[in-house]
Write a protein that binds this ligand. Structure first.
Ligand code: PRX
Length: 611
């Protein structure tokens, strides 16, 4: 693209409401690194997502809430009602002392209050930090403390399939170690009997009833922070990716409209949780900025049976459906009647995201869900990119299974070789970088700009490094081959190996551990743990130890990080500088032990014979 700045400024000008225009479209430097889009402009994202639609779409449904239990009625929230709800919630936040720039942690299930609280923060300029409500108390506390949140918004509990989860109990445990939290707002959802701490905890409903349904927007600068969202790194604590207001808005809205080809009157459904970036960009901000109807689903794909997704598509006549390969693989294992019993003829576009989709799953999705007439958009992007980067445009880009195909306009990918040189031409593979800024990119890691620079801008000069490997085929299509760092994607969730190893090492019997991924037919990857026990002479049952290790992981991170396989061993292969050679551990986990490659730098090759 010859003039990306002009391209983005035209999109920004044409499709959004600004309180003040920008002075400069883009200012950037990938070595500092610093990126600013639409500097000088002023706006509020909720005015763009809600208020401006009121003139023409006040009664149009903004959000359809589909509850966990199919016998509970779905809610249709119009743009007018959403406006009232967001304003009332924003007023409650203000009454509780929350002001522009404060961090608010949101730990809620997929209920309307989650959407409303996110937008309420954005309306008053508070920075939301949504934490997926499947994370443990320890993981929640780490995230609260990292960005020093003043408030937590949670619920008495959550419904997931047949289970009821004690969310408030988890919050109470987390808040034992979070000095900055002053108040907790609690949504009533399950009616569970919970503890309310005097002076700290408040039921939300009575406060909302008293609050005014009008709340003027806070005028935000283009580069004012909008939200923090944590993502796993290969080492250390999770990274609080910071997204700012104008660029993120423009990018999420523009990509939503183009990748899903949303047309007025369509009903769009993304099955992600708002606790992840996919939910932020493609359940909330992207669709609402386009005045779309977006579905929020509280439940799980197998409750009350494996036909639930297809039942919802039929019920709400969904036109665009966006899900993860892991869900497709899980559903493809079940009887085809679950799909065939439902009328899916409303579908026009199918999407996938979060991990590479294998060919078999792609065909199952294409044949049985799309009936070979709805194009599949295999969308590649990251928490850090804010929005979709590489994807087919439905009906325009011919698709090939497992290929994310082409970069969206304005996106400039590069493949790099191991010497740091860009690989030109086609039919090549390398490490995926982006050469030029785009409006949706994260601007920093909260409180740690040095880590931001080191993680994303140091591997290759003047380029953003994604952490992924990719190949480019003969026609220039990209296929993402997976992570090239120590992040493992399990069921579409990014998991860093180091935090899991740290958790395991907390077990009193464990001396050392190492985690690698191995292929799993539903999860994509599962976790394989090598564990060295301390030589205490204690003879404990290994089965119990396995359970205890997974229990510790559940407590420190959450059940998503549990290990599928645990191998007790007496040593780990290490280089002379003491680095664990994961390449070799991966091969053993993949059962490819005949082909361990070069092990000449191994400090302790004897571990193979003994383990
Ligand atoms: O490895 C890539 C994989 O997911 C990573 C980003 O994860 P996260 O920040 O959690 O965001 C997920 C939702 C955007 C990437 O670095 N990934 C994402 N989409 C794809 C993918 N891998 C292959 N194909 C995709 N379509």
């Amino acid at each position: 693209m010859r003039d990306p700045e002009n391209f983005w400024s035209e999109i920004a000008e044409e499709h959004f409401v600004w309180r003040k225009p920008w002075d400069k479209v883009l200012d950037w430097n990938f070595s500092t690194p610093e990126v600013k889009w639409f500097e000088g402009a002023q706006l509020n994202i909720t005015e763009n997502c809600i208020d401006r639609h009121l003139a023409t779409k006040a009664d149009k449904t903004a959000i359809i809430f589909e509850p966990n239990d199919p016998s509970e009625e779905a809610q249709h929230i119009s743009y007018k009602q959403l406006h009232e709800k967001v304003c009332a919630f924003a007023n409650v936040l203000k009454e509780q002392g929350i002001k522009k720039g404060d961090r608010v942690c949101i730990y809620l299930p997929m209920i309307p209050e989650l959407a409303v609280s996110v937008l309420a923060c954005a309306r008053i300029g508070a920075i939301h930090s949504v934490v997926f409500a499947g994370f443990s108390a320890t993981a929640l506390a780490t995230r609260i403390n990292d960005c020093e949140c003043n408030m937590v918004i949670t619920s008495d509990g959550s419904f997931r399939g047949t289970k009821t989860i004690d969310l408030k109990g988890i919050v109470d445990e987390a808040l034992e170690n979070t000095p900055t939290i002053k108040s907790v707002l609690v949504v009533k959802r399950t009616d569970a009997d919970i503890n309310m701490k005097d002076g700290r905890d408040h039921w939300l409903q009575p406060l909302l009833e008293k609050a005014s349904k009008e709340c003027v927007i806070e005028i935000m600068d283009a580069e004012d922070p909008l939200f923090i969202l944590y993502t796993s790194g290969s080492t250390g604590k999770p990274k609080g990716m910071l997204h700012t207001t104008a660029g993120y808005m423009v990018y999420s809205a523009y990509t939503f409209k183009n990748v899903f080809q949303y047309k007025e009157g369509d009903v769009y459904w993304c099955t992600a949780d708002i606790g992840w970036i996919t939910g932020h960009s493609y359940i909330l901000y992207g669709p609402l900025a386009n005045g779309a109807t977006t579905i929020m689903f509280e439940g799980v794909p197998n409750h009350p049976d494996f036909g639930r997704f297809w039942e919802i598509i039929e019920k709400h006549k969904v036109n665009q459906f966006y899900t993860a390969p892991t869900a497709i693989r899980a559903l493809a294992k079940e009887k085809l009647e679950f799909v065939e019993n439902h009328d899916l003829s409303s579908l026009k576009v199918l999407g996938t995201v979060g991990e590479p989709i294998n060919e078999e799953a792609w065909h199952w999705y294409n044949d049985n869900v799309g009936k070979k007439k709805s194009p599949i958009v295999d969308t590649w992007w990251q928490t850090e990119t804010g929005g979709i980067m590489i994807s087919p445009i439905p009906y325009a880009t011919p698709t090939i299974p497992t290929y994310a195909t082409l970069p969206l306009p304005g996106i400039q990918p590069a493949l790099m070789d191991e010497h740091g040189k860009e690989i030109e031409g086609n039919q090549v593979d390398g490490r995926l970088c982006i050469k030029f800024p785009w409006p949706g990119m994260a601007r920093t890691i909260w409180g740690d700009h040095k880590r931001y620079k080191e993680t994303y801008f140091s591997a290759y000069e003047n380029k953003y490094f994604t952490g992924d490997g990719a190949l480019r085929d003969t026609v220039g299509y990209y296929r993402i081959t997976g992570r090239v760092d120590d992040v493992i994607i399990v069921s579409g969730h990014n998991l860093g190996t180091a935090p899991i190893e740290d958790a395991i090492n907390e077990h009193p019997a464990v001396a050392e551990s190492a985690i690698v991924g191995f292929p799993h037919d539903v999860k994509g990857n599962a976790l394989y743990g090598y564990v060295i026990l301390k030589e205490t002479g204690e003879s404990r049952l290994h089965e119990n130890l396995r359970k205890e290790i997974n229990q510790i992981i559940t407590e420190h991170i959450g059940p998503i990080a549990k290990l599928d396989k645990i191998q007790f061993t007496v040593g780990l292969p290490k280089t002379r500088s003491g680095k664990i050679m994961r390449r070799i551990l991966r091969k053993i986990a993949h059962k490819d032990t005949d082909n361990l490659g070069d092990i000449s730098t191994l400090l302790n090759p004897e571990v193979f014979k003994r383990s």
